[in-house]
Design a protein. Structure first.
Length: 187
């Protein structure tokens, strides 16, 4: 059985996606959960704490995933493929949380700097993989920032697309997406 806090976070992420963080009230959340607003405060102290829990948790998942990828002795193409798999898996597991990560992170208060640092580190590692691939002759020598922007724009928007599709074989989908995203830079 899902813990009450997890249920609150899941419901809040859905409401944030539907209405936007700023438009959702604690009363809205309590109503969606079928409880009184006062009862909600027994489990969580504020809407800000909810947003922090959602966004930071997913950012940590990306940070941990990138850490594992960076610590492997794989080729750059293999690492990029693993990054695609990481994004697909997290988008499938929590599309509403991914929406909050992408659309509502700027509403973070106490944890905004921590989130921005995780995001910047992630993008820096992504750039490093691309640069290593160029140096090794695996990837075309094109502007690294354009490659990172192009790939991350697609990967960060998967939460919009995946729930609308009937993806029977997630692994096959993820491999096909990696092929499409990487083929354009593969030598």
């Amino acid at each position: 059985m899902e813990s009450r806090k997890k249920e609150i976070l899941k419901t809040a992420a859905s409401l944030f996606r539907e209405k936007g963080y700023s438009a959702v009230t604690m009363r809205d959340l309590a109503s969606a959960l079928g409880i009184k607003a006062a009862s909600l405060y027994n489990h969580i102290s504020s809407k800000q704490d909810i947003l922090e829990a959602i966004v930071i948790s997913i950012a940590e998942d990306f940070t941990e995933g990138m850490g594992r990828i960076m610590n492997q002795s794989n080729t750059s193409i293999q690492k990029l493929t693993q990054i695609v798999h990481l994004h697909v898996n997290l988008a499938v597991q929590n599309p509403n949380g991914m929406s909050a990560l992408n659309s509502d992170w700027m509403h973070l208060e106490k944890k905004q700097a921590a989130y921005i640092q995780m995001r910047d580190d992630y993008e820096s590692n992504f750039r490093q993989i691309i640069k290593q691939g160029i140096s090794a002759g695996e990837l075309k020598d094109i502007d690294v920032n354009i490659v990172v922007f192009s790939m991350l724009t697609t990967l960060r928007s998967l939460y919009l697309w995946i729930p609308k599709k009937n993806i029977e074989e997630l692994q096959s989908f993820s491999e096909d997406l990696a092929e499409v995203l990487i083929r354009g830079i593969n030598t």
